[in-house]
Design a protein around this ligand. Structure first.
Ligand SMILES: O=C(O)CCC(=O)C(=O)O
Ligand SMILES: [Fe+2]
Length: 279
């Protein structure tokens, strides 16, 4: 398996993009319309937030899952017993957000959502007819005005040497949602699992944007678009002292969208959150 970066401005970009998603579950775009300056500003604003004590004033609401998740309650990936070495913030447009961080996050949320909608149109356009026949509504309609789409701001702190044995920044997992839009983080570490089980580095040049398939689109397409395992490995050498910030947007359909004969989006999400021990 090979992950090339695709030029968003190329004539056949949409075709290459969708082919890569079909083959690998991942696609990496350069020359895309998401402002790198905005992404960098967000990284530095949130680094400051995670370094401050203010974050504890925004502790997540258990029932609605918005807000700050400290490392002590951080996720344990499905099938894993050790917690990931990370803390994060869940932003929803209806959820809590520090005033000083609101403007850029709202701007980014809107930009990335409309970009995702264009990419879902690309996916639909290049889906084989027998796959597209199972879309209950247009893919871009599934996420339109959805309250469930989640922007996660992730902070992987510098390594201290006291981490739990076997813990990594993000253990191997698959995303639950339809697709994920992920600007390359400010530090490396993201890897994707090849069909033969080898871990490959995702080309994460600063400025690239990574799109991956989640379980919901895999369910809807009966596996035509695979939801591939990925992880974030720990830094080595000099990089150990560096924090890593990343900004995945998890595109979630509206709850009553029918994904397949077996599931609506709501039913699917509940089942997966239960498995994760989040609810
Ligand atoms: O931090 C990253 O680059 C990836 C994070 C991720 O895969 C996730 O939060 O689902
Ligand atoms: Fe992920």
């Amino acid at each position: 398996m090979k992950l090339d970066t695709i030029d968003y401005l190329a004539k056949d970009a949409s075709k290459q993009f969708v082919e890569s998603l079909h083959q690998t579950g991942f696609s990496v775009l350069r020359n895309h319309p998401i402002s790198q300056e905005l992404v960098e500003t967000i990284y530095s604003e949130w680094q400051e937030f995670f370094n401050s004590e203010e974050k504890h004033d925004f502790k997540f609401n258990v029932s609605t899952q918005d807000g700050f998740f400290p490392a002590s309650v951080s996720e344990t990936a499905k099938g894993n017993s050790v917690k990931d070495i990370k803390e994060y913030y869940h932003y929803y447009p209806w959820g809590q957000i520090p005033k000083s961080l609101e403007e850029n996050i709202v701007k980014y949320y809107q930009l990335a959502n409309s970009f995702a909608s264009e990419l879902l149109c690309w996916i639909e356009e290049h889906s084989p007819a027998e796959v597209a026949a199972h879309y209950s509504i247009a893919l871009s309609e599934m996420i339109k005005d959805s309250d469930s789409t989640l922007l996660r701001i992730l902070h992987y702190p510098p390594m201290t040497g006291n981490e739990e044995s076997g813990a990594i920044r993000a253990a191997a997992h698959e995303d639950i949602n339809l697709i994920t839009v992920l600007p390359a983080a400010n530090e490396p570490g993201l890897q994707v699992k090849d069909k033969d089980g080898t871990w490959l580095d995702v080309p994460s040049d600063f400025g690239n944007i990574i799109i991956n398939i989640g379980d919901m689109l895999q369910e809807t397409t009966n596996g035509y678009f695979p939801s591939t395992s990925h992880r974030v490995i720990n830094p080595e050498g000099m990089d150990k002292t560096k924090a890593r910030i990343s900004l995945p947007l998890f595109l979630h359909p509206k709850p009553d969208v029918v994904l397949s004969e077996r599931y609506t989006a709501h039913e699917y999400l509940q089942e997966r959150l239960k498995e994760l021990g989040v609810i």
